[in-house]
Design a protein around this ligand. Sequence first.
Ligand SMILES: Cc1cc2nc3c(=O)[nH]c(=O)nc-3n(C[C@H](O)[C@H](O)[C@H](O)COP(=O)(O)OP(=O)(O)OC[C@H]3O[C@@H](n4cnc5c(N)ncnc54)[C@H](O)[C@@H]3O)c2cc1C
Length: 247
Amino acid sequence: MRDVCIVGGGVAGLAASIFTARAGLDTLVVDGGESILARNASLENYPGFPDGIDARRYLQLTREQATNAGATFELGHVEGVTAIDETDLDRGFVLETDGGDPLEARRVIAASWSDSDYLVPLDVGRLQRGNKHFVSVDEGGRTAVDGIYAAGRIADEPHQAIIAAGHGAKVGFAVIHDADVNYYQDWVVPEGYFTGRGREVPPACEEIDDEERRRRDERARETMVEALSEPLEERPTMHPSVERDRE
Ligand SMILES: Cc1cc2nc3c(=O)[nH]c(=O)nc-3n(C[C@H](O)[C@H](O)[C@H](O)COP(=O)(O)OP(=O)(O)OC[C@H]3O[C@@H](n4cnc5c(N)ncnc54)[C@H](O)[C@@H]3O)c2cc1C
């Protein structure tokens, strides 16, 4: 059984997976389609990119980051989630997908804008507005059912990528906390930052020396140079109700 299964590998789900995987939780992301952000034509308000970034490239890079953090991915549309034992939710949940075998996870994060129908059997607390459903959560993304969380737009966060990413990270934190992982903050700091004050390096933090810092910087620059060297051929996905000549 996995520690956490994240339904939806879009902005919020990927951000959550980076944190849970880096905290050492066995993290599986199941995604059944594409992020709504793939419809964007130029992502210009996501901090860190002074002149914006191709939204599909942002998604590609973030997925690569989640993979590097240790998250695994499975293609599939989640169609139902049920408790293994309704009288003992600590025993986890079973996720049915449209293709593969059922998946088991101790905790589930719904990051699946705009589908939460698969949660109906659990009665997590959904709200309908217009033709959309949102999932009610507390400040850590916890729903009314212990072990089930919701992140990003599906949790009624504003419809902006940086907010979905931040919320995903925050919900990842709640999962880490609830899983009793020995954790302080996910920080990488220069050698001596803690130990130079006679403190132990706190759990989930890392002190690195200058040589290692330069090595990591070089790797990070190489990754970005390679990623940005060529334009992506993929065009934004058009709204399904608009016909577009793709010639
Ligand atoms: C046209 C357009 C342009 C936009 N431009 C901007 C912009 O310029 N700046 C900005 O900040 N924001 C922009 N946004 C908003 C931004 O894209 C969203 O707020 C953000 O993507 C929400 O993140 P999320 O993770 O909640 O959902 P998503 O990123 O959509 O991720 C949800 C994921 O869940 C998957 N999924 C859904 N149901 C299931 C299921 N049952 N099983 C498995 N997987 C499932 C989907 O395939 C998807 O990959 C734009 C949105 C649109 C539509």
